[in-house]
Design a binder for this molecule. Structure first.
Ligand code: UDP
Length: 329
């Protein structure tokens, strides 16, 4: 039996495929390659060029492969873009997941682990955030992810499908071997943008707001290594395969860093001064997002290995230094 990874050519998907194959699992990847890269797909995975909004393509995969569970990363994931083009997010994230679930139900595939996000919480009621805290997204990306969780919930009631929603905090870093890493076009995430400065591709890093109610005025986030996220997906799938009930878990280190602190760590890792420019706040950004991941630790037995930001940034730097053009070369 194989695991189907949707969006397995993307950043977190490709790292999860590497971990699955290292663990000896049989893996099928489907990706439309709109934002993912064929070169990011592990050579031992069977690859289908397919869009989750395409019912025939989904049916074909479930008919040709013996799928025991699905890990679903195939979604649009940029906060800023979701505010400018919300319907793209409804179409890809909700439309796509609707078709996927219809096809899964039709083929009796009843276990799914999928990417949710800390953006489902919006402005948090307290720090660290628990899974039971209020969900009130402040951007359309978070809104569609919360709606995906609810869609899974209703489908679960009606059809007995079981799901795990993993609410990631800030994914970062790269595979320790340096063979795959983060590559978005355009890049919008803090750590890869900071590293473009020492890589000679950017003069300075913009700091979006220095008037937040935090100790240095810049936003606080919980940065979690992509390999640790990948491991959590495998644990979540095994939890469902062992009969676990539908569930939601936060994934973070439980420690927050300001934008300025992340820049300082990058200076130490790269030996470059990395100049900054203070800019206005970015729409939809909460001041602070820090996870309590106690539930994932206790229920799934998850233990992040990369709990040190310097090591995390060093893995990202190794990837960006060796692949200045991402997967394009
Ligand atoms: N950020 C910034 N400058 C940039 C990109 C991001 O100051 O060029 C800030 C952003 O406002 C947020 C934090 O860095 O507070 C992390 O942003 P990112 O886009 O990496 O992840 P998000 O928190 O939106 O998921």
């Amino acid at each position: 039996m194989a695991i189907l990874v949707l969006g397995g050519a993307g950043y977190i998907g490709s790292h999860t495929v590497y971990e699955l194959i290292d663990a000896g699992r049989d893996v099928v990847v489907a990706d439309n390659l709109l934002t993912g890269f064929r070169a990011a797909v592990h050579p031992k995975a069977r690859f289908y060029l397919a869009d989750i909004r395409d019912r025939q393509a989904m049916d074909r995969i479930f008919e040709s492969e013996q799928i025991e569970g699905v890990i679903h990363f195939a979604a649009s994931s940029q906060v800023g873009e979701s505010m400018q083009d919300p319907l793209k997010y409804y179409d890809n994230n909700l439309g796509g997941t609707t078709v996927l679930l219809q096809s899964m139900v039709a083929h009796g595939v009843d276990k799914i682990v999928f990417s949710s996000t800390a953006a489902t919480y919006g402005e948090p009621e307290r720090i660290p955030i628990l899974e039971t805290d209020r969900t009130a997204p402040t951007n359309c990306y978070g809104e569609t992810k919360l709606a995906m969780e609810k869609m899974m919930g209703w489908t679960s009631r009606a059809h007995g499908l079981r799901y795990v929603a993993l609410r990631y905090f800030n994914a970062c870093g790269a595979h320790p071997s340096g063979c795959i890493g983060e590559a978005h076009a355009p890049e919008t995430h803090l750590i890869p943008l900071i590293l473009q400065v020492p890589a000679g591709k950017r003069q300075e890093i913009s700091v979006f707001g220095d008037d937040y109610p935090t100790h240095d005025g810049t936003c606080i986030r919980d940065y979690i290594h992509v390999t640790d996220l990948a491991q959590a997906h495998i644990l979540a799938l095994d939890y469902l395969l062992a009969g676990g009930e539908s569930n939601v878990f936060n994934l973070g280190n439980g420690v927050g860093f300001t934008v300025q602190e992340v820049i300082q760590v990058a200076r130490e890792v790269t030996g470059h001064p990395i100049p900054t420019r203070i800019c206005p706040r970015r729409a939809g950004d909460p001041a602070q997002l820090v996870a309590s991941a106690e539930k994932a630790r206790s229920v799934l037995g998850w233990k992040p290995r990369y709990d040190d930001l310097k090591t995390i940034v060093a893995t990202a730097w190794a990837w960006h230094k060796a692949h200045p053009n991402g997967f394009a070369e």
